[in-house]
Design a binder for this molecule. Structure first.
Ligand SMILES: *[C@@H]1O[C@H](CO)[C@@H](O)[C@H](O)[C@H]1NC(C)=O
Ligand SMILES: *[C@@H]1O[C@H](CO)[C@@H](O)[C@H](O)[C@H]1NC(C)=O
Ligand SMILES: *[C@@H]1O[C@H](CO)[C@@H](O)[C@H](O)[C@H]1NC(C)=O
Ligand SMILES: *[C@@H]1O[C@H](CO)[C@@H](O)[C@H](O)[C@H]1NC(C)=O
Ligand SMILES: *[C@@H]1O[C@H](CO)[C@@H](O)[C@H](O)[C@H]1NC(C)=O
Ligand SMILES: *[C@@H]1O[C@H](CO)[C@@H](O)[C@H](O)[C@H]1NC(C)=O
Ligand SMILES: *[C@@H]1O[C@H](CO)[C@@H](O)[C@H](O)[C@H]1NC(C)=O
Ligand SMILES: *[C@@H]1O[C@H](CO)[C@@H](O)[C@H](O)[C@H]1NC(C)=O
Ligand SMILES: *[C@@H]1O[C@H](CO)[C@@H](O)[C@H](O)[C@H]1NC(C)=O
Ligand SMILES: *[C@@H]1O[C@H](CO)[C@@H](O)[C@H](O)[C@H]1NC(C)=O
Ligand SMILES: *[C@@H]1O[C@H](CO)[C@@H](O)[C@H](O)[C@H]1NC(C)=O
Length: 494
């Protein structure tokens, strides 16, 4: 008996070890997932966020107030600095820097050679690096139109350089696993690259959604709604959309209205954003339902949590008995088909602080959560909250994104394919050509964004005293700040 348990013990350790070593992505609560990068010769090790919401590899090349970890360009013998100025704006934060090129390698990606690629050396930034962030740059994985911008400069992407070097198309996959234990908010994941010519037909069903425009990863998000908890039948909420129906009845009209709203501007998959960002109308609907589901199961959570991005804290970790959020995505197989991601509450009730101090010192245990949903004007952003517990394969050459359940993280599910009675591209006006947004409109959007950030800050400031009374525990300040959202405000190379 003893020997058997000893065996199990060692087996567990071995399994645990090999399992842990698999990860090459990690991040702190609320921050996206970072990958270790080696830049230049001699190699300098840094961490960059994997960001499908932008295109450029950009790294800090100056010491900041809170971190002196950065790329020392003078130490690299292989650097070629063009000196040309480039810049980028994100939905949160901006930077200015110089365009250079150098040798870049990722030691965790065995199949990818060291390549020379364009790098933006950041020399100045505003609200871009977060206080004490564990990363020093971004690895942009999207398409050229959303790269960094400079006069008469095209900033190439690392992915393009790799494909050019290997002379074949490559796909990449993000497997984001979320937190590994209830008492530690650090999250883990794995970034992998696949050779498209080698992996002709990977086993297992992959649900595929087409990339509608190659700038960001723009896809067709048809609905975001409440699904019944995983344990109960999903039958009821889906049934009205599964069967062959005409769009004349009111449920279908509502479906149509919602999916037009969701895609009015664009819907993107962005690993550099924390939350699922929805148009106001859809956000209200989903959150109202979540809130009443919480009320019916006697969970007392304040409206500040649901509607204002405030954290809610408890002295012990929470098990959620809330419904899942269902996200319908257009399928590549047919114009009238879609599949559904079911995102469980472990994803969208995000852990922001996990501290277990029972019995030790004077400090108390504290487990804090924030809602992984936010309202944000017209666009839909599937941040990494919608990707945890799933394996997401970005097949750039074939133009689709494949979704699969994963062996780690929250128990997210995928159902489908479901048939609709007519073309979803028509129903949701997905084919409607999106005219390139004019520069002045872009500037206006940018201002709007800044204003809303300021407004939110003022609101939080004003509410702060009362919130502290409502919440079980006041929070450290850093957790109150709104977190990494690296969705790019579009730049046009002129
Ligand atoms: C960079 O070079 C300076 C001298 O030029 C040296 O003092 C420093 O240790 C080097 N830093 C790294 C990270 O190699
Ligand atoms: C550096 O870049 C310039 C302009 O892109 C190019 O002409 C030159 O050959 C490069 N030098 C090296 C050593 O790669
Ligand atoms: C940044 O972090 C430092 C040390 O961790 C802290 O002293 C400082 O107050 C923080 N700044 C902000 C704006 O949170
Ligand atoms: C969480 O885990 C990471 C790595 O496993 C560790 O470095 C970190 O200190 C842990 N955090 C806490 C609060 O225990
Ligand atoms: C990407 O799609 C192409 C065409 O469908 C396929 O041949 C290739 O195997 C795919 N790549 C991966 C990694 O699945
Ligand atoms: C669903 O809940 C019941 C009890 O309510 C439990 O017995 C059953 O194992 C659960 N099923 C799953 C799949 O979790
Ligand atoms: C599923 O739906 C069908 C008809 O829509 C119904 O007859 C059946 O009872 C439902 N199953 C469950 C488990 O609710
Ligand atoms: C589905 O719709 C098609 C055409 O609209 C119709 O011919 C067919 O009978 C419908 N099937 C069912 C099961 O209602
Ligand atoms: C929808 O149904 C109503 C009656 O329920 C009918 O008057 C109307 O013409 C229908 N509209 C369409 C477009 O079929
Ligand atoms: C917290 O720590 C105490 C004792 O240190 C332990 O009994 C308890 O299980 C821990 N809680 C969690 C959720 O790990
Ligand atoms: C959906 O439609 C396809 C053909 O477009 C058909 O082969 C398939 O059986 C249908 N699935 C369901 C569940 O009706």
């Amino acid at each position: 008996m003893f020997i058997t348990s000893l065996c199990y013990f060692f087996l567990l350790i071995i399994l645990n070890k090999s399992y842990c070593e698999e990860f090459n992505l990690y991040g702190d609560a609320g921050q996206a997932y970072a990958l270790e990068i080696n830049v230049g010769h001699p190699e300098q090790k840094l961490s960059v966020l994997v960001d499908t919401g932008s295109t450029t590899l950009a790294i800090a090349s100056y010491a900041r107030k809170d971190s002196n970890k950065y790329f020392r360009s003078e130490n690299s013998t292989t650097l070629n600095n063009s000196g040309k100025e480039v810049q980028a704006k994100y939905s949160q934060g901006t930077w200015v820097g110089h365009l250079a090129s150098d040798l870049v390698k990722f030691s965790s990606l065995k199949s990818v050679p060291e390549v020379r690629c364009d790098i933006a050396l950041i020399t100045k930034s505003h609200k871009f690096f977060m206080n004490g962030s564990g990363w020093q740059g971004l690895l942009g994985l999207a398409y050229l139109p959303v790269g960094a911008w400079g006069e008469n400069v095209v900033v190439g992407s690392w992915l393009d350089s790799v494909e050019k070097n290997l002379n074949k198309p490559m796909s990449f996959q993000l497997k984001l696993c979320g937190v590994q234990s209830l008492t530690n908010a650090t999250h883990y994941g794995k970034f992998e690259m696949f050779d498209d010519s080698m992996t002709s037909s990977k086993s297992g069903v992959i649900y595929r959604t087409p990339i509608l425009r190659k700038r960001w990863y723009e896809i067709g998000v048809l609905a975001v709604r409440i699904s019944t908890p995983l344990n109960e039948s999903t039958n009821t909420s889906l049934k009205s959309f599964e069967s062959n129906r005409t769009i004349n009845d009111s449920a279908d009209n509502h479906y149509r209205e919602t999916c037009i709203k969701l895609n009015e501007e664009k819907s993107i998959v962005d690993s550099g954003t924390t939350n699922i960002r929805l148009p106001d109308m859809v956000f209200r609907e989903v959150v109202n339902e979540l809130r009443s589901a919480a009320q019916t199961s006697n969970m007392l959570i304040l409206d500040e949590f649901w509607y204002h991005g405030e954290a809610a804290c408890w002295p012990e970790p929470q098990e959620w008995s809330l419904p899942s959020i269902a996200i319908d995505l257009l399928s590549t197989d047919a114009d009238n088909q879609y599949f559904t991601l079911e995102i469980p509450p472990q994803n969208f009730m995000r852990v922001v602080t996990a501290r277990n101090n029972s019995g030790e010192g004077g400090t108390v245990s504290e487990f804090c959560y924030k809602l992984g949903l936010e309202a944000g004007g017209k666009e839909t952003v599937l941040g990494y909250t919608a990707m945890e517990g799933l394996q997401v394969l970005f097949n750039r050459s074939a133009g689709w994104i494949g979704w699969q359940p994963s062996n780690c993280g929250p128990k997210a599910r995928i159902t489908g394919p479901h048939n609709y009675s007519m073309s979803l591209t028509l129903l949701c006006e997905l084919t409607k050509p999106v005219p390139d947004v004019a520069v002045s409109i872009k500037a206006a959007q940018w201002t709007l964004c800044a204003i809303s950030i300021i407004a939110a800050a003022v609101l939080i400031y004003l509410l702060a005293p009362c919130i502290k009374m409502f919440l079980v525990r006041p929070l450290p300040r850093s957790q109150q700040i709104s977190l990494s959202q690296a969705a790019l405000v579009e730049q046009e190379a002129s």
